[in-house]
Design a binder for this molecule. Structure first.
Ligand code: PEP
Length: 251
């Protein structure tokens, strides 16, 4: 399975800045990207068209969306649908990122609806899961993650194609804080997630990629990416500069 090295740009960058970063990234990585790695750039909506133009035709580079509304089309002012994303070259989309769960108030049921709808519309869906620090301190990591997996993947065919689904474990307390989870913690959680996926999807669960996200930087990526059941990383802050993100991709 290829390692997915994903850059989540969140609500950063003007159009010019985004094009400059994407172009620099491609320039640094062209002909250097290992066979077993793929690069996924997930910019804000305003940059999808421009970044698509930069990535188009570059082997190993993919475009993803940070969000969408789960409807075909219609009177949903301010929203974007999967068809519009695919039209702009997106192959992936996120659902359940902690900022959408905890700032925008998206609950497990809505996240599950998005995962089902995105898959049906031909997007590869990245379901983000992760516990808050209070949940970890209370010993509830497994309960929280299993609930998020169960609800987030509800109604999905047990024979799902593992190429279409990705899970990202992102402990909320590690996102944007500089406090990366310990290697033992990542190893243990990814094993739990793998077991749950195999239980839910007996044929494909072992091949569904599990990414780690939370303060991944060039200096900690090599040890994280080498762990069992870590099939890539989802990077926020350190993905905003081509230099640091390319070091992570090549780690
Ligand atoms: C993220 O936005 O998904 C993320 C992991 O952010 P950071 O790398 O900044 O912690």
């Amino acid at each position: 399975m290829k390692k997915i090295m994903a850059a989540n740009w969140k609500m950063f960058k003007t159009h010019a800045q985004g094009i400059e970063t994407a172009t620099a990234l491609v320039d640094i990585l062209r002909n250097k990207l290992p066979e077993d790695r793929e690069v996924l750039v997930i910019p804000p909506f305003t940059l999808l068209h421009g970044v698509h133009n930069v990535l188009q035709g570059e082997p190993g580079f993919f475009l993803g969306a940070e969000n969408f509304y789960p409807a075909d089309q219609g009177a949903f002012t301010g929203e974007i649908c999967p068809e519009q994303l695919r039209d702009l070259g997106c192959t992936y989309a996120l659902a359940g990122h902690s900022e959408r769960r905890h700032i925008m108030g998206e609950d497990d049921a809505f996240v599950g609806l998005k995962v089902r709808f995105g898959l049906k519309q031909g997007l590869r869906m990245i379901l983000c899961i992760g516990e808050k620090i209070a949940e970890r301190k209370a010993g509830n990591v497994e309960n929280v993650l299993f609930r998020q997996l169960q609800k987030g993947l509800e109604g999905i065919d047990p024979g799902v194609d593992p190429e279409t689904l990705v899970v990202a474990y992102e402990p909320v307390w590690a996102i944007g804080t500089g406090e990366v989870a310990g290697l033992e913690e990542i190893l243990a959680v990814h094993a739990l997630v793998r077991n749950k996926l195999v239980q839910m999807f007996p044929d494909s669960g072992k091949s569904i990629p599990i990414l780690y996200g939370g303060s991944v930087k060039p200096d900690n990526c090599t040890s994280i990416i080498s762990l069992d059941n870590v099939d890539g990383v989802l990077v926020g802050g350190a993905s905003l500069a081509a230099e640091s993100f390319s070091q992570i991709v090549l780690a």
